[in-house]
Design a protein around this ligand. Sequence first.
Ligand code: PHE
Length: 350
Amino acid sequence: MNETLKSFLEGLDGLTLECEARRGQACSLKDLDALRVEFLGRKGKLAEAMTALVRMGPEEKPVAGRKANEVKAELTALLESRQAELEAAGAQGALAGFDPSLPGRRPAPGSLHPVTLAMQEICEVLTGLGFEVVAGPEVENDWNNFEALNMPPDHPARDMQDTLYISDSVVLRTHTSPLQVRTMLSRRPPVAVIAPGKVYRRDSDITHTPMFHQIEGLLVDKSVSMADLRGTLTAFVRQLFSADTRVRFRPSFFPFTEPSAEVDISCMLCGGSGYIKTDPCRVCKKTGWVEILGCGMVDPNVFRAVGYDPEEFTGFAFGLGVERVAMLKYGIGDLRMFFENDVRFLEQFS
Ligand code: PHE
């Protein structure tokens, strides 16, 4: 047999063997495509082998041609069967990492924000004492926020409040005290209400945020006295913190109460001693007391503004900062933690 023909035929058998050996290494359809191009492409191994045909005589050519067609069919079949294998494996591959016997992944449940928790607890204690919850708008008119509360225009006490103005006569409420006004305008004594909500001030540093939460309390009836105020607030803080909490009233000033007081409670961190072992207490700064609210007897001018007769009725009001209570109750050292929404912080309250 002609040498050229002989090596041609051997070469083609070699191609089939090589393809058989390598098809198994194609692990994806992409690999397999590359293999198809390598063997059967226009510049592939088979095409290259066939360039030898031109050098053959009329006797060898038909033999070589037939063999080339056979090999082409063999190569095609080899690659196609591999494709079927890969496609079948792919369909299973999608399920390969899935173990239906494993328990499901539990979605992380959210939890209430510590300020919300403190708010709820405070409201629970106060409604338990007989107060009813009322609500009002955060955008408030000047009259409800200031004027009816005995702070006429140009009253110096307005400076204490760092007001955010919407217009000359409309403000973001700087405290929940306008709920005193709204309540008294809409009902007759006796009233015993609390008003929880957001308040706003133009103030932002380590211990102040432009938005924070307050709870207002108001009780009006015939012959309500300062003793009622003391008794009510003492019962309140003892339920909220602990039965052995000590309470002290310090004289203070608010335009809408007279007399006015600020209430301190014995520091729950150091137990009122001012020291933890020998270290100064960082919460009460060695004093043994922490301030938690402002209060007083409703000023007669407030009663006059809302149409209550100050000769007939007396009452007390108080306002407390919810973030402050939450910090004391949960031992949080930095006000900013409440507003950063770091899940590592928030998760601890679930
Ligand atoms: N509104 C006062 C404040 O925001 C608190 C307060 C309320 C004081 C009611 C006395 C009576 O500072």
